[in-house]
Ligand binder design. Structure first.
Ligand code: X5A
Ligand code: ZN
Length: 640
């Protein structure tokens, strides 16, 4: 049985605490963060499409999975404290406040994360999101920090391991702050892979920790299982985020092969956020979410962390939830390649992790003048600079277009099948003779079938054109200029085979020793080459042609079809030949939005394939900026 459905966990109770005194560091963490997010989900009709799951209070035992008894006992006393006591209690921690009701809310926030894990692990739903306050990822074993009291996601990860015997958990922290609490919790634990990107500015940005840098990779048995991507400049954009996903997170995550994905879903990494000062548009979260949805058989739990702009926060939450529900992602915007500073970070992280992950084995080494020395130099420059930065607090409000409405097409998947092949459940059987337009049929005959009178071929062709037509008509409410673009633009052809041929910008032969036969090699090409190319090209239609002799196994094929549905607003046309009947049902299921099965932990790809891919990526990165993984000046040139 395939599990479908998306859980939404929310309780108004979590809006019932707030800052009771003056503290500029905490004034942005307001109850409205939750109400506007929930309201947006209700208004857009998304809340109604989710399975509503109640919160519960985390028990002492749950909390003790991550926190110390002393700390829990201390927090337990806060509901009975006077205002003065609360202020005093708060002082021992950094950038956090207490309130008589926050202990109750913190139990609900952690409990909400656990309810979400339960719903996903028992198969009640496929995935889900918990809207919670207080957030969690900064809180440590014995300390509240950064608005966080209990570490909701860390507790959820330990709980999943303990209660469900989950072997590997991936935690993706896309909040703009470093979840140091999560890092400390799992630093030496190879069963939890923690990935975080965060505003860092060479250690000038809160929480200003040395251990938030890219060279904190985990300790002892956990070495390699902590991935930090420091952003050393503000203003990071969609390209920067997507390129880190394609060139760091996804290759490692696929190699790791998690049984469960938890997301520290902070939206202070979106445009307009006063903390993050980044420039990624809310719709980037549709893509980040989509790219994680084929891991762990689709078992994904997103738990709210930060997000302080009351306009971009709800937009980002809606993008995330709508993607979890399976609606096609909007076209990605402004993918003009990563900036220099992001490339430096990418280069550093990949090289710090190349010894731990075979998918990064061929990453470029750092130049001898280590980029991290920049941090030391900056630190030596002293404190005056820091003060200047804080003064320049500008009042100007960022603005950005509201993400366009995303419509779920009334018919998600149509199939044109030969007689005698059954149409899988949930799909529409499309018949080529439905309404063949004679003008089109004639054109097809003239253009493609001049010499022969192959009526079968003509049927197929007119069926396909009608199918493509329908894909667009399906969403007629939207008038989309992009429809016209294929006529004026070159087609991008990426061809996998075991035969070498020369590439140019729009024809990219990917030559692997066993064609598509090697799972690791193909996956590496898919994540580090095809995806970024496809994103930068921004097609209006993805045409996938499967040849019977490709050697592609079903698992990899389904990853391919699954991941590429993030492009072209999900407009995917798959062509396969009659002898591949057994693949029709799994393909249809993928097109209907079902997650691909896990590929298992990946072994190292064939060295010659890995090297060939790296060389190809290197040649193509002149034309395709999203293929870059090193900063131009920092010596990506020769060495590999
Ligand atoms: C969860 C979260 C941020 C704390 C910032 C303190 N915390 N300056 O986003
Ligand atoms: Zn944050």
């Amino acid at each position: 049985m395939k599990t479908r459905g998306t859980a939404l966990i929310y309780d108004e109770e979590m809006t019932k605490y707030k800052l009771l005194w003056v503290d500029p560091a905490c004034k942005i963490e307001v109850p409205e963060r939750l109400t506007v997010s929930h309201e947006a989900l209700v208004q857009s009709g998304l809340a109604d499409r989710c399975v509503s799951v109640p919160v519960r209070e985390a028990t002492d035992a749950d909390i003790l999975l991550v926190h110390s008894e002393e700390y829990l006992e201390a927090v337990k006393k806060t509901p009975y404290m006077t205002l003065e006591d609360l202020k005093e209690f708060t002082l021992q921690y950094g950038d956090v406040y207490f309130h008589p009701n926050i202990y109750h809310c913190a139990k609900l926030a952690a409990g909400a994360a656990l309810q979400l894990v339960d719903s996903v692990m028992t198969g009640k739903v496929r995935n889900g999101m918990a809207l919670v306050r207080p957030p969690g990822h900064h809180s440590m074993r014995s300390a509240a920090n950064g608005f966080c009291v209990f570490n909701n996601v860390a507790i959820a990860a330990q709980y999943a391991k303990q209660k469900y015997g989950v072997k590997r958990v991936l935690i993706v922290d896309w909040d703009v702050h470093h979840g140091q609490g999560v890092q400390y919790c799992f630093e030496d634990d190879p069963s939890v892979l923690y990935f975080s990107w965060h505003r860092y500015e060479h250690q000038k940005f809160w929480p200003q920790l040395r251990e938030s840098d890219y060279d904190s990779v985990g300790k002892e048995k956990g070495a390699g299982f902590n991935i930090n991507v420091p952003w050393n400049k503000v203003g990071m954009k969609n390209s920067d985020y997507l390129s880190v996903f394609c060139h760091v997170l996804l290759p490692v995550a696929y190699e790791f092969c998690p049984d469960l994905v938890l997301v520290c879903a902070g939206f202070d990494s979106a445009i307009g956020d006063p903390e993050g000062k980044m420039c990624a548009s809310p719709d980037v979260f549709a893509h980040l979410t989509h790219l994680l949805m084929n891991l762990a058989g689709g078992k994904l739990c997103a738990v709210l962390e930060g997000g302080y702009n009351l306009t971009s926060l709800p937009q980002s939450v809606c993008q995330t939830v709508q993607t979890l529900l399976g609606d096609p992602a909007p076209p990605p915007t402004n993918l003009d390649g990563p900036c220099q500073s992001a490339l430096e970070s990418l280069h550093c992280v990949r090289s710090a992790h190349k010894q731990y992950w075979s998918s990064l084995k061929h990453a470029a080494e750092l130049p001898t003048s280590d980029i991290s020395t920049k941090r030391i130099k900056l630190a030596e420059e002293g404190e005056e600079r820091l003060e200047k930065v804080e003064e320049e607090e500008s009042a100007e409000e960022e603005s950005w277009p509201e993400p366009p409405k995303r419509v779920a097409p009334p018919v998600r998947t149509a199939l044109l099948l030969p007689d005698g092949v059954a149409c899988p459940d949930g799909c529409k059987r499309f018949s080529s003779s439905d309404d063949p337009d004679p003008v089109i049929v004639n054109k097809l005959r003239e253009n493609f079938l001049k010499d022969g009178d192959d009526s079968d071929a003509l049927d197929t062709l007119s069926g396909l054109t009608a199918l493509v037509d329908n894909m667009e008509k399906n969403e007629h409410e939207r008038h989309d200029d992009r429809k016209l673009s294929p006529m004026f633009r070159k087609t991008l052809l990426v061809q996998f085979s075991n035969k070498r041929s020369e590439e140019h910008k729009y024809y990219i032969p990917v030559c692997l020793k066993k064609g598509c036969g090697d799972v690791s090699g193909f996956t590496q090409a898919l994540l580090g080459l095809l995806l970024p190319l496809a994103y930068e090209y921004d097609p209006s239609l993805v045409l996938l042609v499967r040849m019977p002799d490709s050697g592609l196994c079903d698992g990899v094929w389904l990853q391919l079809t699954g991941l590429l549905q993030g492009l072209a607003q999900g407009h995917t046309l798959v062509l396969m030949q009659e002898e591949e009947k057994t693949c029709v049902a799994p393909t249809a299921s993928s097109l209907l939005g079902d997650p691909a099965p896990s590929l298992g932990q990946l072994h190292a790809p064939l060295p010659e394939d890995a090297e060939a891919l790296e060389r190809l990526r290197h040649r193509l990165q002149v034309d395709w900026k999203l293929l870059q993984t090193t900063a131009p000046e920092s010596g990506g040139g020769g060495e590999r």
